[in-house]
Ligand binder design. Structure first.
Ligand SMILES: [Zn+2]
Length: 355
């Protein structure tokens, strides 16, 4: 073998997750509980069938559309203030417990959580922030929420999502994203002013592109929307000019290897070896993320460990990817996490019990 297997990163090294969808990040058992708590009629009464329904598996086969379809049930189950609060709380706490993720950016589309407008959007948003606050009280973490616009939504709806992100930015909304399937209705130029406005208010900008779509879709997004980061962007490896644009603008790619394999956007680990070699040669910066750890049954440490085990990234490159993710995080002051906040008060100070 030409490449050497590398040792995994130490567990004590804190990680940052930049690209994680709420709809793909809640443990199936918790989703099952939330669904029952709310009396949602599920198509099966068998937990294992349900688990199969909301997670990627070889049996179902791989494709981009099949992957997006998995979100149908998870988004429906998460569509209430209580469900959103619990989901956000569980994902952020779980990422810390399982992977020592101390900087957690979690993204979702609030309009896909309010049952088509039946429920008030601000209640959904406030609930997500409550979930985040609860997790922060329990663990020494720095989380932030990103609102996803949808390529398939009319401009007017996406505009409302951006305005909500701006309105709630001081409470922990740190950025905006565009997700969803490719759509003929979507033109980056239509969003130029809206994204400039979001940027003016200090929101970070990331956009899904160069994933299932062609490499040609990346350059217009960089020019019109001026993102700080790109969701996936693996297709950039196939075009030197696009890689030069990414490098010159300092844009960081959020690479989610298992997700790209699951959706067949990338054909296998050997293609990833080639993709990372292009990024290495062209000075393209990247972070490693999961996209949806529970849906894809992978965690961020698994992603890094696999890239190391296969000799695709060296140990130093894995450390660099972690550092890049911290540098590129939209969460403010990610380096000053206060672990001491969780120390109990001295007994003398809580002697008198109050109501
Ligand atoms: Zn994504």
């Amino acid at each position: 073998m030409l490449w050497a297997m590398t040792r995994p990163l130490p567990r004590r090294m804190p990680l940052a997750e930049l690209h994680c969808h709420l709809g793909g990040a809640v443990t199936p058992a918790i989703m099952w509980g939330i669904a029952h708590e709310q009396g949602i009629k599920l198509p099966t009464k068998d937990y294992w069938q349900f688990r199969e329904m909301i997670t990627a598996s070889a049996r179902r086969g791989h494709s981009f559309d099949k992957y997006l379809h998995l979100f149908h049930w998870t988004e429906l189950i998460q569509s209430s203030p209580l469900a959103v609060e619990r989901s956000v709380y569980e994902v952020i706490g779980g990422a810390y417990r399982k992977n020592n993720v101390t900087t957690m950016e979690l993204r979702f589309n609030p309009m896909k959580r309010n049952r088509g407008g039946e429920q008030d959007l601000d209640h959904i948003i406030a609930a997500s922030l409550r979930g985040m606050d609860r997790a922060m009280l329990e663990y020494p973490i720095k989380p932030g929420l990103i609102f996803c616009l949808d390529r398939d939504f009319p401009f007017g709806l996406n505009e409302i999502i951006v305005e909500k992100a701006i309105a709630w930015r001081d409470r922990g909304i740190v950025g905006i994203d565009i997700a969803g399937p490719e759509s003929a209705n979507f033109r980056p130029s239509d969003y130029r002013n809206l994204f400039a406005r979001a940027r003016k208010f200090g929101l970070g900008i990331t956009v899904h592109c160069g994933e299932a779509g062609p490499v040609e879709e990346i350059a217009p997004v960089l020019e019109e929307l001026e993102p700080d980061r790109i969701g996936h962007g693996v297709k950039a490896a196939y075009d030197a000019r696009t890689m030069a644009m990414l490098r010159e603008r300092g844009v960081v790619l959020e690479i989610c290897p298992t997700s790209n394999l699951q959706t067949e956007v990338v054909s296998g680990w050997e293609e990833f070896r080639w993709i990372f070699e292009q990024f290495r040669q062209n000075g393209v910066r990247y972070a490693i993320s999961t996209d949806g750890p529970e849906m894809l049954r992978t965690y961020i440490r698994d992603e890094l460990a696999t890239l190391g085990r296969l000799g695709i990234l060296s140990y130093e490159e894995q450390v660099q990817a972690v550092e890049t993710s911290l540098q590129a995080s939209f969460v403010r002051q990610v380096s000053d996490v206060l672990a001491a906040v969780l120390e109990p008060a001295r007994r003398v100070e809580v002697e008198r019990e109050e109501a």
